[in-house]
Design a protein around this ligand. Structure first.
Ligand SMILES: [Cu+2]
Length: 359
């Protein structure tokens, strides 16, 4: 009787507290089912559709004179395929990522070439003798070409990179972002003034097209590169001397394991400039251990120390992140003998990846 009662309780528990992880894994399957169902319904609709409508054929739409309609294009499809390839590469990783990126860039370049051709055709149409009106129909205003959107996108990219890496790159990204935006408002103002003027004169003249913003691009690139060098600890040079052997190893090299010493159960690790000061620890097997973790970066830059399998993917023990300027005492459960990595889940770079040798 008790056995029966117990099994009923277990069954109830499974219904009352379902395994959400398993349920979430079913979502793609359910989505696939919905898609398949949709296609089946559509196919059935086609199969059972009545005879086609008998009516005069539709007239091909004709755009009014002076209006330009782009022709049909495969470019959006190519771009979508490229984006899909890139996303697939992001999922699979490795070479697939680069292949996806190349496909996307090729698709976008094709689109760009097509757009330039279209633009040329549209602007040269004016010279055809058949055209009566010069310029746009009255009341229609088209802004002239501008580098502002491109610059704004570059500035945003720099800012986002700064937000990811923090520190020097954040400062540089912010400056570049502001640099690229400054001038957009005056441009818009000038355009507005020209339009107002056109209301009086009846003749709209766009501001002359801008030249390539060479200096702005050069300054931005240099600023970003210098910030990246500072971030990587390559600048200023004296930083290498004072930091001694730890910083002397080239960036990206695996953590040294020779001088790790005998097993211990308590460690001090400090993160500074997106880098752990100790990237190799030895702990006894099946024994809990702790790490007093200090985040020496500026506030806003968070780090943690998680334990993962050597493939750096499978998370074995997860810790809360620590904000810059704070510290935390991390407790870890005992690990079976073997090799593991400890890693910052925010910055999975070599400088924030260490080795745990358990023996
Ligand atoms: Cu980190």
């Amino acid at each position: 009787m008790q056995e029966l009662w117990k099994s009923i309780l277990e069954l109830l528990a499974r219904i009352v507290t379902p395994d959400w992880g398993e349920l979430i894994k079913l979502i793609p399957v359910a989505l696939l089912g919905v898609v398949v169902l949709f296609f089946l319904i559509t196919l059935r609709g086609f199969a059972t559709a009545g005879p086609t409508r008998r009516a005069p054929a539709r007239l091909t739409p004709i755009a009014p004179p002076d209006l330009h309609m782009p022709g049909p294009s495969y470019s959006p499809i190519f771009a979508a395929l490229g984006a899909a390839a890139l996303l697939w590469g992001l999922v699979v990783g490795g070479d697939a990522l680069w292949i996806g990126l190349v496909i996307l860039i090729l698709g976008l370049l094709y689109w760009g070439r097509e757009a330039v051709r279209e633009y040329d055709r549209a602007t040269h149409v004016e010279t055809l003798p058949a055209l009566v009106h010069a310029g746009l129909p009255p009341g229609v205003h088209l802004p002239g070409p501008s580098f502002r959107p491109l610059l704004g996108a570059l500035g945003t990219a720099a800012l986002l990179a700064g937000l990811v890496f923090g520190g020097w790159l954040l400062a540089a990204g912010l400056i570049i972002f502001v640099m690229t935006l400054v001038g957009w408002l005056p441009d818009a103002r000038a355009e507005f003034d020209k339009t107002v003027e056109a209301d009086r004169t009846g003749h709209l003249e766009n501001a002359p097209p801008p030249g390539w913003p060479r200096r702005l691009l050069q300054v931005g690139i240099v600023l970003f590169a210098v910030a990246a060098l500072f971030q990587a600890g390559l600048l200023p040079p004296r930083a290498v001397e004072t930091a001694g052997g730890a910083a002397g190893s080239p960036a990206g090299s695996p953590a040294p394991s020779a001088d790790a010493g005998p097993p211990a159960t308590a460690f001090d690790i400090t993160a500074k400039d997106i880098s752990y000061d100790n990237r190799s620890i030895v702990v006894p097997a099946d024994t809990p251990f702790s790490i007093t973790f200090t985040n020496g970066d500026s506030p806003g830059v968070v780090h943690d120390i998680d334990i993962r399998a050597v493939d750096k993917q499978a998370v074995l023990q997860d810790q809360q992140v620590v904000n810059g300027g704070s510290s935390a005492n991390y407790s870890y459960k005992g690990l079976p003998a073997g090799t593991y990595v400890f890693i910052c889940s925010i910055h999975t770079v070599p400088n924030m990846t260490g080795t745990i040798t358990v023996k």
